[in-house]
Write a protein of this length. Structure first.
Length: 206
């Protein structure tokens, strides 16, 4: 296959960088770069500045590990949220998905992934120790394990249940299986996900 020839090295470099984004091939990257070239200079600079500031200044909540502008995210800092209910999720995208349902008023704990030996991800790579610490503080009464219903998600659920065996007073629930087996949580529609939150069931693994 003949490589795409570009009339400008600057264009070629921009396309190469854009194509590094997930799901973006070189053709799509070229279309996006040409679109940016047609935009007002101020708009393109604003986009670039927002991305640089995001990378350099974004923080992670020291309590739940969600993305935040401050050391404590808005959800954790909100006194109207139910601190006795903790929703454990795989990543920040899951927080956004659940928040969009409007069905959950508790707090979150972002693991940063799921246990996946095939991918070299073990318990020590996740925010599991801090989860156990939060439970040990005594305020949490229920933990909703809102991980994607995959083999890796279920493995992580059962590992968490074993780690929390010393706290039988804490209710462990999982999402109702309105979420299809094998589906990624972030791709589940809001109605189904909302019903799964409301219809969560006990996890019997301890």
């Amino acid at each position: 296959m003949i490589d795409q020839q570009y009339p400008s090295k600057l264009l070629e470099r921009a396309v190469a960088e854009m194509a590094k984004l997930p799901g973006i091939g070189r053709k799509t990257a070229l279309r996006l770069v040409l679109h940016l070239l047609r935009q007002d200079s101020a708009a393109v600079h604003a986009l670039g500045e927002s991305l640089v500031r995001l990378r350099d200044e974004v923080k992670y909540c020291h309590r739940c590990h969600n993305i935040s502008d401050t050391e404590l995210c808005d959800i954790c800092a909100n006194p109207l949220r139910d601190a006795s209910t903790l929703c454990v999720v795989e990543n920040i995208r899951s927080v956004l998905s659940i928040e969009s349902t409007g069905q959950f008023r508790g707090l979150y704990h972002v693991l940063g992934g799921v246990i996946s030996p095939m991918d070299g991800v073990g318990p020590a790579d996740l925010e599991l120790a801090s989860l156990v610490e939060r439970v040990a503080e005594g305020e949490v009464k229920e933990i909703i394990l809102a991980l994607s219903p995959t083999m890796e998600g279920d493995t992580t659920n059962f590992y968490i249940a074993r780690r929390l065996a010393a706290h039988p007073e804490v209710r462990l629930t999982v999402l109702a299986r309105g979420v299809s087996i094998g589906d990624e949580l972030e791709y589940t529609d809001e109605v189904t996900l909302g019903r799964s939150i409301v219809g969560r069931v006990e996890l019997n693994a301890r």
